[in-house]
Design a protein around this ligand. Sequence first.
Ligand SMILES: Nc1ncnc2c1ncn2[C@@H]1O[C@H](COP(=O)(O)OS(=O)(=O)O)[C@@H](OP(=O)(O)O)[C@H]1O
Ligand SMILES: [Mg+2]
Ligand SMILES: [Mg+2]
Ligand SMILES: [Mg+2]
Length: 400
Amino acid sequence: MGASTVRAPLTRGVFSIYCSYPRLKSNPLYFSVSLASSVQQVRRAAAASMSYDKQLAAAKKAAFLAARLCQKVQKALLQSDIQSKSDKSPVTVADYGSQALVSFILEKEFPSMPFSLVAEEDSEDLRREETRGTLVRIKELVNDTLASNGMNDISPLSEEDVLDAIDRGKSEGGPHGQHWVLDPIDGTKGFMRGDQYAIALALLDEGKVVLGVLACPNLPLTSVTSYDRHNSQDKVGCLYFAQLGAGTFMQSIDGSPPRKVHVSATTNPEGALFFESFEAAHSSHDLSSLIVKKMGVKTPPVRMDSQAKYGALSRGDGEIYLRFPREGYREKIWDHAAGYMVVAEAGGIVTDAAGNPLNFSRGRYLDLDTGIIVTNQKLMPALSKAVVESLKERASSLQS
Ligand SMILES: Nc1ncnc2c1ncn2[C@@H]1O[C@H](COP(=O)(O)OS(=O)(=O)O)[C@@H](OP(=O)(O)O)[C@H]1O
Ligand SMILES: [Mg+2]
Ligand SMILES: [Mg+2]
Ligand SMILES: [Mg+2]
């Protein structure tokens, strides 16, 4: 069975059958899974009285502007716009521009509050003489985006302002106070291919994620399973936002009224659809395939770059997201914080492979057990069981 990507029109081979799935209470993992789910519920209830409305409005504005900047670059991506970081991963003028813009807007919106931002990029490579041209291009992109989106009253940023705004993202985060968490472009490889990417922004308060905004400029407004990119009626560009205790909403980046979204209610794994990374180097496709086979999933994977996967799952395009990086890879908080919030507030569960809730309070890294699994409440016990069995099988086949 071949994998699908969201660029191609997709159809579900097997439709969901709504039936009651046994809760597998004899499974030792059932307890940790239900614990993860109760922790999410308690956190939502405790936050019901807290409001982050002002922060949410600022985050939406910043993510919208960053999406505009990225769309402009993606349309006219030049080879000279792409650099290689010291870890050999790609970075483009749009990654830097998006980070500078979001950092600048958030700091400006809350002038009297201490500002802390945990973000992916830093300015080290841009401070070299050879990259002066790239820095000038980033500065122009940031200033043009501000000016062409009604912010002409802001004095244009200098090159030094841009470098400083990028470097505000060096915070270590942690369990105390408020910290913004930003991936200025998640899925840079997808962005360069013309595929999916996301601007992912979240807010941590005392170590908990309390809001998440995901701008996915190339994600279809309707389900990825019915999207046909050759049909001009099928529009793209989604903005998701979620606040603790208040649910998840989706609107078009162009500003349609928001609608509340919810994860799929499918209880039968046979009809479930699962997402995984487009890049095989980011997540083991073999292990995912073993896991879903054990569950009885019949449909091929949907391979998609970035946290757009969390967005698609939060509105029920599919039921399962599996992420199993190579051993030793340390997940960063900006790769999951916003997506986690969008799925959790839409009624889904996000845990590590052992069923533990994700802990965003430990600094820039997540440090979790083996991998990340995401699904709805009903399918989680079966998914957890399949994950444990598959990991055991993989470990014993590696030993023999
Ligand atoms: N080796 C390895 N293993 C696991 N993950 C890795 C690895 N290398 C990179 N990354 C991170 O993956 C982020 C891209 O997210 P996805 O994996 O969902 O996208 S993709 O489908 O693989 O393109 C990507 O985020 P961006 O750098 O923001 O694009 C990386 O943080
Ligand atoms: Mg990322
Ligand atoms: Mg990134
Ligand atoms: Mg990167």
